[in-house]
Design a protein around this ligand. Structure first.
Ligand code: AQP
Length: 331
């Protein structure tokens, strides 16, 4: 283990990775590998908290792992694995859950939203406790996520503080890392709602692996606002502001700069500009994906899980001792 600070994050293997996932979280995952001891996870135990098809899960896990590698997660610099292959996550979730007040879980908006469709189930309810365990089992200092995860991360911080208060300083209280641009990418069809995998309307999101002509089509159909000015005003012009954020990220130029240059441009031309930048920016990822071989990715994920188990077990030996569940090992 290095003495660098640790960063942890996860992504669910549900549906395909979209521009919101990429801009809000995954781009940061790649960047942070240089600065931090980075630990990344395909959170399959989270994915099964909503209805799913078991026969598709193995395939979608693999596809998600490949996508992460194609985007630039580098197993020679980061730890990458499937959550379910490291049982310490679930064990710590139980130990943390026994002392998590129901009032805190009742406030989680994601539970309220998702349980409307999936029903009120314990797994969905306990999801934020498992997320806290994911982070704390690695004693992570920071968590790169989009804005939609702020409430869950606050709960993880509360859980860490409560544990430390009861058993002594054990877990760093994790900080959230969100990007300046792209922390909440909005739906192309309803720019007041976040872009999301579960939106039934395909044209609401751009997938990282969409074909170039699909990207152009979706962006051309993106809902824009009244008026004709290209201006950044997320409240009154959420559609154009969303497109400006996307263009800013893909061109590495500030929003002010882009507004100055394109202020008088017609919406149609502006959308084409955004589409060109996105297509160009995602080409490298699409090309990388095609070079990845399933067997090799499977082996990388197994190695990642074995390393992660060893690291998580080091923490769990201490946690078990602290909570009174013994210091010895059973062999
Ligand atoms: N629209 C978004 N803008 C910025 N960041 C986003 N993230 C998700 N949507 C946006 C971030 O992507 C990471 C991985 O997300 P996830 O797959 O683990 O969970 P999610 O938040 O449930 O993703 P979706 O697409 O929004 O799925 P559904 O439709 O099921 O709710 C996280 O860091 C998240 O913040």
């Amino acid at each position: 283990m290095t003495d660098r600070k640790r960063v942890f994050s996860g992504i669910q293997p549900t549906g395909n990775i979209h521009l919101g996932n990429y801009m809000g979280a995954l781009r940061n995952w790649v960047k942070l590998q240089d600065e931090y001891d980075a630990i990344y996870c395909v959170v399959d135990l989270h994915a099964i908290t909503v209805p799913y098809d078991p026969s598709e899960l193995a395939q979608s896990r693999l596809a998600t792992a490949k996508a992460l590698l194609a985007i630039g997660v580098d197993p020679s610099r980061s730890l990458l694995y499937y959550q379910s292959q490291v049982p310490q996550h679930a064990e710590l979730a139980w130990l943390l859950g026994v002392d998590t007040p129901l009032g805190a879980l009742n406030r989680m908006t994601q539970f309220k939203e998702k349980s409307e469709k999936a029903g009120q189930k314990l797994g969905l309810y306990a999801y934020p406790v498992l997320m806290a365990a994911d982070i704390l089992v690695h004693r992570a200092h920071a968590v790169p996520v989009g804005n939609d995860q702020t409430q869950h991360l606050e709960l993880a911080r509360d859980i860490a503080v409560r544990f430390n208060g009861k058993f002594g300083e054990t877990f760093p209280v994790p900080e959230q890392i969100t990007p300046r641009v792209g922390a909440r990418v909005m739906s192309l069809q309803d720019p007041t709602a976040k872009m999301s995998k579960s939106d039934p309307d395909d044209s609401s999101r751009i997938l990282v692996f969409d074909e170039p002509d699909t990207i152009v089509k979706k962006l051309k159909r993106a809902v824009t606002d009244s008026g004709s000015e290209v201006a950044y005003d997320p409240v009154n012009k959420p559609g154009i502001s969303n497109l400006l954020e996307i263009l800013s990220l893909f061109t590495d130029r500030s929003i002010d700069d882009l507004v100055n240059e394109h202020n008088a441009m017609q919406y149609g031309r502006f959308k084409q500009l955004v589409a060109d930048a996105v297509v160009e920016g995602l080409t490298r990822i699409r090309t990388n994906y095609k070079t990845l071989e399933d067997g090799e990715v499977g082996r990388l994920m197994t190695k990642g899980a074995l390393d992660a188990r060893m690291r998580a077990e080091e923490q769990m030996v201490e946690v078990r001792r602290l909570v009174g569940l013994g210091s010895g090992t059973i062999s």
